[in-house]
Write a protein that binds this ligand. Structure first.
Ligand SMILES: O=c1ccn([C@@H]2O[C@H](COP(=O)(O)O)[C@@H](O)[C@H]2O)c(=O)[nH]1
Length: 235
């Protein structure tokens, strides 16, 4: 899929719920206010392939399943997901180059309709201390860049990173990789479990192609109005 052509198209709303009726209601109200709707592990595990099918009737689907397994298994999973026609699909960069190459090879079977393959670098919920506890003593920014180079060399179309790394990735990698950025918090909204955050406007000004927002929209009294307010504030 091409890069967003408007502020509205930059917004991806994460529909994180295990309740299919709530997912359908959110999709109905939010589809006109954003570019894509994100189906993640919570909804997919609860509802299965019906989840992206329900949502894709309303908007293009970002299927955020963060695949991470041996290359043969991930290639099989990508092949099994292609009939759902996601516009974007995630896998963990930490799965390694062979896993990403296998995923890309499998995705190409969809031809021009293949999803953008996005490599998740360092989860936005990890701060430096939490990353160090996994055995990575470099700061998050260094690990993000290392994984970004590996993933792009192996065939990923883009990256999932926090807004804190966007400017450095653009400096190092240029305009080519698609940068999809969660960890977005409008001023005054609760951070929750996110550690590396910035506002929607800061993320886009730094070079994000798409921003991913979940709870600040879906937890609002009027989710469509919350989404519209975010879009209105983008540069
Ligand atoms: O590093 C990552 C990768 C994915 N996510 C996903 O984005 C949304 C964020 O939701 P909020 O409610 O706005 O925190 C969620 O679906 C995550 O699974 C991420 O946050 N960080």
């Amino acid at each position: 899929m091409g890069r967003p052509a408007s502020a509205r198209e930059r917004l991806i709303v994460a529909i994180d719920t295990a309740d299919p009726a709530r997912a359908a209601a959110l999709a109905d109200s939010l589809a006109p206010a954003c570019g894509l709707l994100k189906v993640g592990l919570e909804l997919f595990d609860a509802v299965g392939p019906a989840a992206p099918a329900t949502v894709s009737a309303r908007a293009p689907v970002f299927l955020d399943l963060k695949l991470h397994d041996i290359p043969n298994t991930v290639a099989g999973a990508v092949g099994a997901l292609l009939p759902l026609r996601p516009a974007m699909l995630t896998l963990h960069a930490a799965g390694g180059a062979a896993m990403i190459e296998a995923a890309r090879h499998a995705a190409e079977r969809a031809g021009a309709a293949r999803p953008l393959l996005l490599a998740v670098t360092v989860l936005t919920s990890l701060d430096a201390a939490a990353l160090a506890a996994t055995g990575v003593s470099d700061p998050p920014a260094a690990q993000v860049l290392r994984l970004a180079r590996l993933a792009l060399s192996a065939g990923a179309d883009g990256l999932v990173c926090s807004p804190r790394e966007v400017a450095a990735l653009r400096d190092a990698l240029g305009a080519a990789p698609a940068l999809v950025v969660p960890g977005i918090r409008p001023a005054g909204s609760a951070t929750g479990d996110q550690a590396r955050t910035a506002t929607p406007a800061e993320a886009v000004a730094a070079g994000a192609d798409w921003i991913v927002v979940g709870r600040p929209v879906t937890g609002a009294a009027d989710p469509a109005a919350a989404a519209a307010a975010i879009v209105a504030g983008l540069p």
